[in-house]
Design a protein around this ligand. Structure first.
Ligand code: HEC
Length: 207
């Protein structure tokens, strides 16, 4: 008798949960658009689920790479090359990709600073499922990832000079390089007598 009540209770709870999830998806999520902003509850649940799914040993791992100007420089170049396309050089997440993803790219200078070093490392190595955050881990990646953790801790104090330096480290297409060369030649009053043709639509895309 008691067993039957438990089974019935579980079945009713599962049904209510399914109906709730259906109604939530239909009315609260408003389709599949990546433009929407996750609700507070959804963001909280996602962070909670992520934290629960992470092995506790990973969270407590301390950074084996000591901080130094070289480490910061390496990590800065790495971040500018691989991460800034979504996260922006200063970590704000204010980029074309960052704004267009769901969930949005978070400000690495804010909430991220409350994560442990181990959590940040784990995220860089393994990515975040069902989000735009790729897994960067691979053979021999650990040292680079730990350096990136150092750099992320440094982001809130990033100077505008650092950010400027990073712009020279951002990925460039051959067309970008050609354009820069033409601009430089033009500014130096060089042989190129035509004004540099700038492509504004493309310019707005790399940050
Ligand atoms: C294609 C876009 C993209 C690239 C490239 C990318 N990220 Fe992310 N990243 C994201 C998105 C989207 C999230 C948010 C995921 C979420 O909230 O579930 C994220 C989240 C994170 C977080 C967790 C922040 C938090 O507060 O939860 C860290 C740390 C991070 N990224 C570091 C990096 C590093 C370091 C690199 C480069 C090696 C990188 N990301 C490259 C899209 C990207």
């Amino acid at each position: 008798m008691q067993k039957r009540t438990i089974i019935l209770g579980t079945a009713i709870a599962a049904l209510l949960l399914a109906v709730g999830a259906f109604l939530y998806m239909k009315y609260a999520m408003r389709g599949f658009s990546a433009r929407a902003e996750p609700s507070h509850v959804e963001a909280m649940l996602a962070v909670y689920a992520r934290s629960t799914a992470m092995p506790s040993s990973a969270k407590g791992t301390t950074n084996p790479v000591a901080d130094s100007p070289e480490v910061e420089h390496d990590a800065m170049a790495h971040f500018a090359d691989h991460c800034a396309v979504c996260h922006a050089n200063n970590g704000s997440g204010d980029t074309m990709f960052g704004r267009g993803l769901y969930p949005k790219v978070p400000d690495l200078r804010a909430r991220t600073q409350t994560l442990t070093d181990g959590e940040i490392f784990y995220i860089i190595e393994n990515g975040i499922r069902m989000s735009g955050m790729p897994a960067f881990g691979g053979q021999d990646s650990a040292e680079d990832s730990w350096k990136l953790v150092r750099f992320i801790r440094h982001l809130p104090q990033l100077t505008s000079a650092d950010a400027q330096q990073m712009e020279t480290m951002n990925p460039k297409t051959p067309a970008d390089m050609e354009e820069e060369k033409e601009e430089e030649e033009f500014l130096n009053g060089g042989s190129n007598d035509a004004a540099p043709h700038t492509n504004h639509s493309r310019k707005g895309h790399h940050q």
